[in-house]
Design a binder for this molecule. Structure first.
Ligand SMILES: NC(=O)c1ccc[n+]([C@@H]2O[C@H](COP(=O)([O-])OP(=O)(O)OC[C@H]3O[C@@H](n4cnc5c(N)ncnc54)[C@H](OP(=O)(O)O)[C@@H]3O)[C@@H](O)[C@H]2O)c1
Length: 333
């Protein structure tokens, strides 16, 4: 049995490009006791990949090895099982993605209920994307009635989720994204104000106009100038949930100049970086129940861009960093 899997054949300088990837064919070992094999149905990619594409580790996960199958979140259907808890046809969410067939210890796979939500939701609203938005807003942001929330990278996967959760929680929501089409989407998803950070002018001035009463919660997907502007507009005791800093991922050395760091002291801002799947797993199932009820009630619209086929993976990575998607990029096999 073989798998077709994407590998990295070079390290990016700046933006990742599709020529850095190669599709290889790899032999799969016979299944050992306790292992399962899945045929992947859905794949996805995310910004954290970029950090792992560099030779030196700059994140919490090690760099990718060259010429070795890459990993990533995926949904698969069990085609062979040597574990009593798994049967042919079961569906699993797992990290043996960016390939057509994956296998490993069954403990590394999570079963998805059948019948249940469409499985691809587990790569978006019901998966690490949705939970990252939720933990940032609810567990770290600790929203109070009337609070103003600012979300950067708001038309992206985590951001488009955060905008909608913020509205479901009754907050005043401001989102920033690049370009008028993305800003229109933010308003359609419920944002009270959408900021186009790519138009001429300082972001801090745009945020001041959007939030005359200041901001109470900031969900940071971007870092750099966005974080600095949020600090400038923070109200006393604001909460900053730092999910990631995509603006620095394509730089070998961060080059941002921060002008408002001292506001952490003067405004007594609580700033917390977080990894929901490392430190907050105990709340995941409660979160999924809540999110699924929002989806069924029409309060929440999972937002995604779907591409087709294993061959498109390198283009999807390139497009992700070029800002060509809204919502979560999903690949249907
Ligand atoms: N802590 C965790 O466990 C965890 C889990 C998932 C994600 N994250 C983090 O959450 C953040 C968002 O992730 P995501 O999956 O939702 O990604 P995403 O928003 O879908 O990422 C792509 C978007 O980022 C924006 N972007 C790219 N370069 C930028 C730059 N230099 N300045 C401003 N915006 C830029 C682009 O939107 P525009 O066109 O609007 O610029 C692009 O469409 C990332 O920082 C990611 O690392 C963390």
């Amino acid at each position: 049995m073989k798998t077709r899997a994407w590998t990295l054949i070079g390290r990016p300088v700046g933006l990742p490009t599709r020529d850095l990837f190669a599709l290889g064919e790899f032999d799969l070992a016979p299944l050992a006791d306790g292992e399962i094999r899945v045929r992947n149905l859905w794949l996805t990619v995310g910004p954290a990949m970029r950090v792992r594409m560099s030779a030196e580790s700059r994140g919490y996960l090690p760099p990718y090895d060259l010429a070795t199958p890459l990993s990533g979140w995926a949904i698969g259907e069990v085609v062979h099982s040597r574990c009593g808890k798994w049967a042919i046809g079961d569906l699993a969410v797992h990290q043996y993605g960016l390939r057509d067939v994956g296998q490993g210890p069954s403990t590394e796979f999570e079963k998805i209920p059948i019948p249940g939500p469409d499985p691809e939701h587990y790569l978006n609203a019901l998966g690490s994307t949705g939970y990252t938005a939720y933990v940032g807003l609810v567990e770290i942001g600790k929203p109070r009635p009337g609070d103003t929330l600012f979300v950067s990278g708001a038309a992206g996967a985590v951001g488009s989720t955060a905008i909608q959760i913020g509205k479901a929680l009754g907050l005043n929501v401001i989102g920033s994204a690049g370009g008028e089409a993305k800003c229109r989407l933010l308003r359609e998803l419920g944002a009270d104000v959408a900021i186009d950070y790519k138009t001429p002018g300082l972001l801090v001035d745009k945020l001041a106009a959007a939030a005359p009463g200041g901001i109470d919660i900031y969900l940071d997907n971007v870092g750099g100038e966005h974080l600095d502007a949020a600090l400038a507009l923070a109200n006393p005791h604001a909460r900053f949930a730092i999910s990631g800093m995509i603006s620095s991922y394509n730089q070998e050395r961060a080059s941002d100049t921060m002008h408002h760091l001292n506001r952490i002291v003067t405004q007594r801002i609580r700033v917390e970086g977080y990894l929901p799947f490392t430190d907050h797993l105990d709340g995941l199932s409660r979160y999924r129940d809540q999110m699924w009820s929002w989806i069924q009630a029409g309060t929440f619209r999972p937002w995604q861009t779907v591409r087709e086929g294993l061959d498109c993976v390198p283009q999807v990575v390139e497009d992700l960093f070029a800002g060509r998607f809204t919502g979560k990029p999903l690949i249907r096999l």
